[in-house]
Write a protein that binds this ligand. Structure first.
Ligand SMILES: Nc1nc2c([nH]c(=O)n2[C@H]2C[C@H](O)[C@@H](COP(=O)(O)OP(=O)(O)OP(=O)(O)O)O2)c(=O)[nH]1
Length: 317
């Protein structure tokens, strides 16, 4: 029997050190003792964003000053089928003064030492481990040595994720380059995904695989890597990536870009409309740099992916 969907708004309240707030559900609620992101049910006539502002005021006594739409995930519990609208809340006013949870904790992505989490929240914790900036390599154009130097600089300045995309290098060079990227990135805890080459991703010890749209269209099941993402340009491709339960996607070009001249730019409004209600993080791509991060987050992007700008003047995530 199909059940009514209950809309819920939940906030990833994030401090400048990257930690976020979780609360333990009180006795007498569904799943007592489980940890969750603060939030609650969307009331009739309310938008999810307004519901979150109201809930955070009622539950924690804080007033939201900025909020970014992030992910929408559905989960069928025994008591309800919920549609969870997750937002990030990077700015608020007032001291946190909890009225509903048994306990609160500030935790770091990848180091959540409280359990159990509500069953729907596993993919959310994984998504929070994804850095906000992805650099896409262009060693074939820049030269391998220059690319590796630029990579070191970017990693030193906090770049958290690298996509090796080197169809222009021959197989031997590509293997050596990918292995070196993984070595340098892993030394500072950054993730590496390899474009379109499962064997190379395995050989180089990368964290995952990045699928071009062409490969995404052919796939019937998620490849067996910890991190799998894809490049998308349409709602159909985005929905396919969601159905395959991929961990992230790139969507663009948002602006005109030198690497894809003549390809029409989406702009932020079309970007926001295309990515609405997706269950996985979406990186904005195409002619962007660090200065675009706030616009990207306001349009619902998880972060920004870049080729050229990433290897010029990178800044901290
Ligand atoms: N707040 C919150 N709810 C979550 C998360 N993950 C998750 O599956 N849920 C589910 C659990 C519940 O079924 C539903 C939230 O309902 P709730 O009972 O806490 O909502 P509420 O605060 O409006 O409470 P009430 O009106 O029922 O008293 O969403 C999460 O991270 N935060």
């Amino acid at each position: 029997m199909s059940r009514k969907v209950v809309n819920v708004a939940a906030g990833v309240i994030t401090r400048e050190d990257g930690s976020f707030l979780i609360g333990q559900r009180a006795p007498g609620t569904f799943y007592p003792g489980y940890w969750e992101f603060p939030g609650g049910k969307v009331e009739a006539g309310e938008s999810p964003a307004d519901a979150l502002k109201r809930e955070l005021d009622e539950e924690l006594g804080i007033r939201v000053e900025r909020l970014y739409p992030w992910l929408v995930r559905e989960h069928a519990y025994e008591h309800a089928h919920v549609r969870l609208h997750f937002f990030e809340v990077p700015q608020w006013q007032g001291a946190v003064n909890d009225h509903v949870h048994s306990a609160l904790a500030w935790v770091q992505p990848g180091h959540v030492d409280r359990s159990p989490m509500l069953p729907a929240n596993g993919p959310i914790l994984k998504a929070l481990r994804l850095p906000r900036r992805m650099g896409i390599t262009c060693a074939a154009a820049m030269g391998v040595a220059a690319q590796l130097d630029a990579l070191d600089q970017a990693l030193a300045q906090g770049l958290g994720m690298v996509q090796v995309r080197e169809a222009g290098l021959d197989a031997r060079e590509r293997r050596a380059f990918a292995t070196e990227v993984v070595r340098r990135a892993h030394a500072v805890g950054a993730l590496v995904v390899i474009n379109d080459d499962e064997a190379l991703a395995d050989e180089a010890g990368a964290d995952g695989l990045h699928l071009p749209a062409r490969r995404l269209a052919e796939l019937t099941q998620r490849p067996a890597f910890e991190w799998v993402g894809a490049s998308c340009h349409s709602r159909e491709e985005l929905e396919r990536a969601a159905a395959l339960e991929l961990d992230y996607v790139l969507l663009g070009p948002v602006k005109e870009t030198l690497s894809h001249p003549g390809q029409p730019a989406l702009g932020w409004d079309a970007f926001a409309a295309l990515r609405a209600d997706l269950p996985m993080p979406v990186f904005a791509l195409g002619g962007l740099d660090d200065a675009d991060m706030t616009d990207a987050r306001l349009a619902g992007a998880h972060g920004v992916a870049a080729i050229r700008s990433c290897w010029r003047t990178p800044r901290r995530d």
